[in-house]
Design a protein around this ligand. Sequence first.
Ligand SMILES: Nc1ncnc2c1ncn2[C@@H]1O[C@H](COP(=O)(O)OP(=O)(O)OP(=O)(O)O)[C@@H](O)[C@H]1O
Length: 249
Amino acid sequence: MAILEVSGLIHRFPDGTTALSGIDLVVREGEFVVVAGANGSGKTTFLRHLNALLLPHDGRVLVDGVSTADDPIRARRTVGMVFQDADSQIVGETVYDDVAFGPENLGLEPDRIHRRVTAAMAAVGLAGFEDQRPHLLSGGEKRRVAIAGILAMRSRVLVFDEPFSNLDYPGVRQVLAQIVALHRQGHTILLTTHDLEKVLAHADRLVVISAGRVARNGLPAETVKGIDALGVREPEASRNGMPLSSWLR
Ligand SMILES: Nc1ncnc2c1ncn2[C@@H]1O[C@H](COP(=O)(O)OP(=O)(O)OP(=O)(O)O)[C@@H](O)[C@H]1O
């Protein structure tokens, strides 16, 4: 069953830049899709359409069968987004308040909010951080706070824009392990990265965007071959004819 159906999606910015020039993509519930592409190819603009932060100028984006233009609130509840810049996503004075922000906006009762926040924080390994100030956490911890925030919303689709940027090796491993665990629990995952080496072994599909269009779409091990021509580095293992390996092993 398709949870996301994008067809003929066009996005133009007010200055005339056409960032997306006809994206077609279907994502099934429970899939793990990696979206790659050179700088400026349109990845972030595309992701922002999935939870109705942007709306199509032409074409359509269906989330669980409903157009984002018709019901943006529903799209925002279904699709949770972890932005590249973790600081821009912090809204609470404490980690607890920050994670509680989403469920509070859903209008849930305090008891339910508390249960959801506690469960989400435990799931990302942040139990005990409740009273800390989010701005003072490390980059990896901030990203885990953002992940807890979308878990507390019970988002079925989790979208990560460059989740490994600015993280050290343990930080990458922690966030990657978190994403892989969420996929195993049944969440649909979409993730952009310039560093396919870290994640491709876990993905069901690789989609490459070039000049605002889907240039490639298929099984990771096949689709990644010769990808350099589209401005994305082919992992060393793939170049050498070896199976894709994971940073978690
Ligand atoms: N607010 C904006 N106004 C005008 N043009 C924009 C705006 N935001 C992005 N663009 C342009 O739209 C195109 C797609 O940008 P986008 O950020 O989606 O690319 P990206 O693939 O995510 O790039 P990166 O890998 O650098 O993050 C680029 O040409 C970019 O310059």
